[in-house]
Structure formats: structure tokens, C-alpha cells
Design a binder for this molecule. Structure first.
Ligand SMILES: [Zn+2]
Length: 205
């Protein structure tokens, strides 16, 4: 089913981790999202969800949770990778750290490149929210699958519209259960998701 799409490729330089203090607040949000079931692992063993934060120096674009970390209830600096350069049209990126960057890094990169004020981006999976918010929140199209250059371009087109940007969250209609939130701080991105989750839960009782 993936035929015809350019596969995610990374030039990964294996290096020691960043300082724990550099990912401390990001990691606290990651663990909050894990507790709420917005990222984790499916029964088949495939992990879902990833979190990132803009890197404060020119050394890198952003720091992101690594590939296949969804199964861990707690992460530390060993589970994070620095993305240093992206080539969206080729679905290619450069990263370094003790673990390879998430395969959804290109979607995060699209937001940071398009929106200079954004400091944090969280990608989560939630079937209930995905169904409930499609039609009310902005969305990428159903025929755009995750992890493709088309998704990165669709995200850029979406967030450059002020009305979409203000929502700080969108549904990935072509990526089952997938949603993205972002913010001008970690707290803003996290609170957007938690408020949307609470609002959805209130419709269930
Ligand atoms: Zn996903």
C-alpha cells in the first residue's frame, strides 16, 4: 500500500545524548501524554506518538523522541535525537544522538519551518478524538498518508493559514487516529491536547 511513496530516510550519526536538562520539560509533557494514552504502543507492538521541541541554538532544528520509544512509560535523554537538517522533497533528514529520530520527524519539521514562533509540536494518536474533531478542527486530506513529502507539504499549507494556526491542532485525516498539536511553548501545545481530550471525554458520559 505504500508503493509509489518516497520512504523516510535518515542519515543518523550515533552520538552521546543531549543533557538531561535540555529535554527535561519536553520529557515531562511526553510522560503526561503517555499517561493519558495519547502516545504509547498498540497491542501489535507498534509504537505511536512523538514529541519535539525547537532547539535553541543553530546546532540543530529541533529535538524529538526517537523511533520505537512508544512502548516505554518513561523516557530519558537516551531516547531523544537532534534533527539537524531536512530535505522534505526527498523525505530525507539528518539527525544525531543515541537513537534515530522518529519517522514522523518530517511532519514536525514542516511546522517549525513554516512557523518561526512555534516552540513545540506533539503528534498523538487517539481514535475517539480523531473521529470527533474531524470536521471541526483543520485537517490534512484523506489521501495523504503519514510520513510522506506530501504530508509535510500539506502541513505547511495548513499551518500557514492564520485561522488554522490559531487552533494549534489539526487532524491527519489520511493517518488513522493521528492528530498534531503545536504551540509557542511546550505548555501551550500540551494544554491544547489535554483540553481537547477532556472535551471529548465529556461527550462520552
Ligand atoms: Zn502517527
Amino acid at each position: 500500500m505504500d508503493e509509489g511513496y518516497i520512504k523516510y530516510q535518515a542519515d543518523w550519526e550515533k552520538t552521546p545524548p543531549v543533557a538531561e536538562s535540555a529535554i527535561e520539560e519536553l520529557n515531562q509533557w511526553r510522560n503526561q501524554l503517555y499517561k493519558r494514552g495519547l502516545l504509547g504502543v498498540y497491542p501489535n507492538g507498534i509504537g505511536f506518538g512523538n514529541v519535539s521541541q525547537r532547539w535553541p541554538t543553530e546546532e540543530a532544528l529541533f529535538v524529538i523522541s526517537g523511533s520505537t520509544t512508544g512502548q516505554f512509560s518513561q523516557l530519558n535523554a537516551l531516547h531523544y535525537s537532534l534533527v539537524t537538517k531536512v530535505i522534505p522533497a526527498q523525505n530525507f533528514l539528518y539527525c544525531r544522538g543515541p537513537i534515530i529520530a522518529s519517522s514522523e520527524s518530517m511532519s514536525h519539521a514542516a511546522i517549525y519551518e513554516q512557523c518561526p514562533a512555534v516552540q513545540a509540536a506533539f503528534h498523538v494518536h487517539h481514535k475517539g478524538m480523531w473521529d470527533f474533531y474531524y470536521g471541526t478542527l483543520p485537517a490534512t486530506a484523506a489521501d495523504i498518508p503519514y510520513g510522506t513529502p506530501e504530508m509535510a507539504f500539506a502541513i505547511q499549507a495548513l499551518v500557514q493559514q492564520a485561522a488554522n494556526y490559531e487552533q494549534k491542532c489539526f487532524v491527519m485525516h489520511g493517518h488513522e487516529e493521528g492528530l498534531f498539536a503545536f504551540g509557542e511553548s511546550l505548555e501551550e501545545a500540551g494544554k491544547v491536547l489535554i483540553n481537547l481530550l477532556d472535551k471529548w471525554q465529556n461527550t462520552q458520559s
